[in-house]
Design a protein around this ligand. Structure first.
Ligand code: FES
Length: 106
């Protein structure tokens, strides 16, 4: 199957410390920029239904904290760092091309 890269936005729109929500087909994606690096993960917490785009990012640690029960997820691996979440978030590859951010969804 060919890779499916989806253009999300202009690179300039995502600043360090920003969390951005992006929907494509049935996928709800979280885009995050921490210390110059862009990450993409699933946006809905794996514990219950909370939107991580309304969570809190820790740029130093490259994590996002769920706004509902405060599980912390690594942005690079999606791994939860504390309960109650036990399942990792799905992560997606990101590339910057022609000053735009692309996420590989396929
Ligand atoms: S909904 Fe995220 S930790 Fe419970």
């Amino acid at each position: 199957m060919p890779e499916e890269w989806i253009k999300v936005c202009d690179e300039k729109l995502l600043k360090n410390g920003d969390l951005l929500d992006f929907d494509h087909a049935d996928k709800k994606i979280l885009l995050a920029k921490a210390r110059g690096k862009v990450f993409a993960t699933d946006r809905i917490c794996t514990h219950a239904y909370a939107d991580l785009a309304t969570g809190i990012m820790n740029e130093e640690e490259k994590t996002v904290t769920c706004p509902l029960h405060l599980s912390v997820f690594k942005l690079d691996t999606g791994a939860p760092q504390n309960l109650p979440a036990e399942e990792p978030l799905k992560t997606y590859k990101v590339k910057i091309q022609d000053n735009a951010i692309y996420v590989q969804l396929g």
